[in-house]
Design a protein around this ligand. Structure first.
Ligand SMILES: *Cc1c(COP(=O)(O)O)cnc(C)c1O
Length: 385
């Protein structure tokens, strides 16, 4: 009888979170943009090199701000992968935009940059590359296309903090970028996110949109005499309690990434032989990228094999999950969006991908977990799948 119980995710705490939250409480500043928010902004700006970083409630909120900044109007088209989380599309759909889905590459599972140009029409306004599993899209090619067609590039870097493309942090390459600090990501605050403003032209308006359409931020800096309604906007800023929690995590971003990478590498080596034998396919990291070990996944041979594998692991006490239902084949995606091509890789891969547990603290159980995964794979694949 097996006694292990390995969840798919377990949020990591550094130990400093509660102390910083107490400090925010003592400071008596609980609304947004206090001392801890400032620390997080400074850290993000220093680490990414962007002109301005702004904390938000979520990556979803940051993408919504980006859609407003991009001035998306009803009927405007936005190019993105279908193999992504709904927020990538929803943020633009809220403004009347039409998501145009492009297939992914079979290696990194990122948007296939060679298929983007064919999807561009007179209505295209922006390209939204998603850095799947914290592994960079081919940003040089994407930026070149965007420049040629005068399109904006908004990076959905929800999974991409601490990863680089040719030495540049993800989220800092396009005009705008978005991070997530959701508890399933690497650096967390429960719910949370950030908008990265790389193109200086968007900075002033980004602050206004985040502060309910007012010039409150400029007023506090003494740049304007009155604080008033100047544009559309909403309340996109988190309170200081969240920022205090997040600051504890940012301080530890390097060791957190290092420990995740060690777990990732351990999996990667353990499944090498299965890949050589053609039983699974492992993640591919292009040499132009460093990654943050956000995710470890395997690609199996069929949907049936994956279903049997996940069920088998569950019986052994290990939780594994799959995602995404491709947006172009989802109920709402079919209604509101358009697939730009046959979506062959997206359809195939979304049926075969399985994500394995990856969280700090898994190290001590990993040899057992790996053994169970290996024997489950052999059993499932040996039974004819
Ligand atoms: C997690 C995720 C989001 C949403 O992040 P939230 O902070 O939960 O809003 C968006 N896009 C991708 C690719 C994600 O992985």
């Amino acid at each position: 009888m097996n006694v292990i119980n390995i969840p798919f995710n377990k949020p990591f705490m550094t130990g400093c979170e509660l102390g910083y939250i107490a400090q925010a409480h003592i400071n008596g500043h609980l609304a947004g943009d206090g001392m801890f928010t400032k620390k997080c902004h400074d850290w993000l700006e220093a680490y990414t090199g962007v002109y301005k970083a702004l904390l938000t409630h979520s990556c979803t909120a940051a993408l919504e701000m980006a859609a407003i900044l991009a001035n998306i109007q009803p009927g405007d088209e936005v190019i993105m992968p279908s193999f992504t989380f709904v927020s990538t599309a929803n943020a633009f759909v809220l403004r009347g935009g039409i998501p145009v889905f492009v297939d992914i590459r079979p290696d990194t599972l990122n948007i296939d940059e060679t298929k983007i140009e064919a999807a561009i029409t007179r209505r295209t306004k922006a390209i939204v590359p998603v850095h799947y599993a914290g592994v960079a899209c081919e940003m040089d090619a994407i930026m070149e296309i965007a420049q040629r067609y005068k399109l904006l590039v908004i990076e959905d870097a929800a999974q991409g903090i601490m990863s680089t493309y040719k030495g540049r942090p993800l989220g800092s390459i396009g005009h705008l970028g978005a991070y997530s600090f959701h508890e399933t990501k690497n650096i967390i605050s429960g719910e949370g996110g950030a908008l990265l403003v790389n193109d200086e032209r968007f900075a002033e308006r980004a602050e206004i949109i985040r502060e309910k359409g007012t010039n409150r931020s400029q007023f506090f800096r003494g740049q304007v005499e009155k604080y008033t309604w100047v544009d559309v906007g909403s309340s996109y800023l988190p309170g200081e309690i969240i920022a205090a929690f997040l600051w504890a995590q940012m301080e530890e971003a390097d060791p957190i990434t290092g420990q995740r990478l060690a777990i990732w590498q351990h999996y990667h080596e353990a499944f090498k032989e299965l890949e050589v034998n053609g039983m699974v396919r492992r993640p591919v990291i292009p040499t132009s990228c460093t990654h943050n070990a956000h995710m470890y996944y395997l690609l199996l041979n069929s949907l049936d094999a994956r279903t049997a594998f996940i069920a088998g692991l569950k019986k052994q006490g290990i939780s594994s999950v799959f995602h995404y239902v491709p947006l172009h084949s989802s109920l709402y995606g079919k209604h509101i969006g358009r697939a730009a091509d046959a979506m062959t890789n997206t359809n195939r891969i979304s049926e075969r991908l399985v994500r394995l547990p990856l969280w700090l603290g898994l190290e001590q159980h990993q040899p057992t977990v790996i053994n169970l995964i290996q024997s489950e794979l052999k059993q499932v694949l040996g039974s004819g799948f």
